[in-house]
Ligand binder design. Sequence first.
Ligand code: NI
Length: 177
Amino acid sequence: MAILKVSQLGHPVLREPSQSVPEKQICTPDFQRFIDDMIETMREYDGVGLAAPQVHVPWRVATIEVGENPRYPDAPEVPLLVIINPEITPVGSEMEEDWEGCLSVPGLRGKTPRHAALDLRALDREGNPISLQAEHFFARVIQHEVDHLDGKVYLDRMHDFRTLTHLQEFARYWLGD
Ligand code: NI
């Protein structure tokens, strides 16, 4: 396994829509190794999610895992989830604002509106269909990662940048807000 280099805001790969993964490619050793590398990279940098364009690969695949995480100490746990070719459908019209950060936008976070609940359909790393409903923080992470696959970052979703803050100032002025 290997820790992959994380693309940073300004790299064009973060602004391109990613390509669907052909189903016959999913079970190949190369693709399975790539998924393992994504998981290792996400864990190395304390991410709660990682999308393939964030490691310079424009494919529609993302990994999500929320454990004990120093970047998100209050987040509810989500077991490791690999999603390939995900499709999301909002459930209801409720929106929620909460803090988001991104490994490709280091050192910053900001309050970002997201759908409170959604349906996710995707393939898992064996190519089997996944269908689940997610809400709140889990739904937020899914929306953040699927945005990456569409060439978007959380900054595009913010209503304005008045809550955009460096991490040191977040800890000093915004914690608990
Ligand atoms: Ni991100």
